[in-house]
Design a protein. Structure first.
Length: 263
């Protein structure tokens, strides 16, 4: 089922330490050609500002449970990402969520009694360290331009995440979410493959909305976001077909209930 991670760190992150001009004065950021950690992640957190771009490439779903979050679905089964090869290299065009592009950086609280956020990074990442190549993170003891841009990106991500939280709060208040289910019929198979474990917008309830509620979601920008989600669900069959083509799909046509997403 799709639920919040049990560990204290978000997905991808193995550790988190604050960036320091004293400890990391010689550190650089270098590009990486692959993302092995992403190759085994089938669902990625998504902000509402990304719905428009993401819905052209991946299904947008909502995690199960009482506190759902939007997810970009990159595979129908855990451990499967149809857009990357086994080494973590992209197989073709796809929208890469900001959550992925942010790694190994993020803003985090260093003290529980303070709301101040500091720029931190995962020290296990191969992108950050002392290298001959790459962009220096500090110049003359001060954050370089690349570090300032990283900080700005992380700040914008946090703002987008806050807006996404507000969107989800309003969506739950409208009682528009329902348990999702998709049935995929394969030629020659007697039974369709059934995928559950996620939430989706109840399109019938959405169509039946009237008056002030409909006016509100139209004026506050929720309505196009909801339809972007609904339109993107057509790509579920494409994800299934990709899995089959890559040898990662089901072999025996039996009715199953695999986990479809986990945030």
């Amino acid at each position: 089922m799709a639920s919040a991670p049990a560990n204290s760190l978000p997905i991808f992150y193995n550790d988190l330490i604050p960036l320091s001009s004293n400890d990391h004065s010689e550190y650089s950021l270098r590009p990486v050609e692959s993302a092995p950690h992403l190759a085994v992640q089938h669902a990625i957190p998504l902000t509402v500002e990304e719905f428009s771009a993401a819905q052209r490439f991946v299904p947008i779903i909502f995690s199960a449970g009482a506190d759902p979050v939007p997810l970009a679905l990159m595979g129908l089964n855990e451990g499967v990402n149809v857009f990357l090869d086994e080494e973590g290299k992209l197989l073709g065009p796809v929208y890469v969520p900001a959550y992925v592009r942010r790694y190994p950086w993020m803003l985090a609280k260093l003290r529980p009694d303070s709301d101040d956020l500091s720029l931190c990074f995962d020290p296990t990442s191969s992108a950050v360290g002392i290298f001959d190549e790459g962009d220096r993170l500090f110049e003359d003891g001060k954050p370089s331009e690349i570090t300032q841009n990283l900080l700005k990106f992380c700040e914008e991500f946090e703002q987008a995440a806050a807006r996404t939280g507000q969107f989800m709060q309003e969506l739950r208040g409208l009682d528009l979410l329902m348990e999702g289910e998709v049935a995929i019929q394969v030629p020659g198979a007697e039974q369709p493959f059934i995928y559950r474990g996620f939430q989706m917008v109840n399109e019938e309830k959405l169509r039946d909305m009237r008056g002030d509620q409909l006016r509100k979601i139209s004026q506050n920008g929720m309505l196009p976001l909801l339809y972007a989600h609904l339109f993107s669900l057509q790509l579920l069959r494409d994800i299934f077909d990709r899995q089959v083509q890559q040898g990662k799909g089901p072999i025996i046509p039996v009715q199953a209930e695999p986990a479809i997403a986990e945030s």
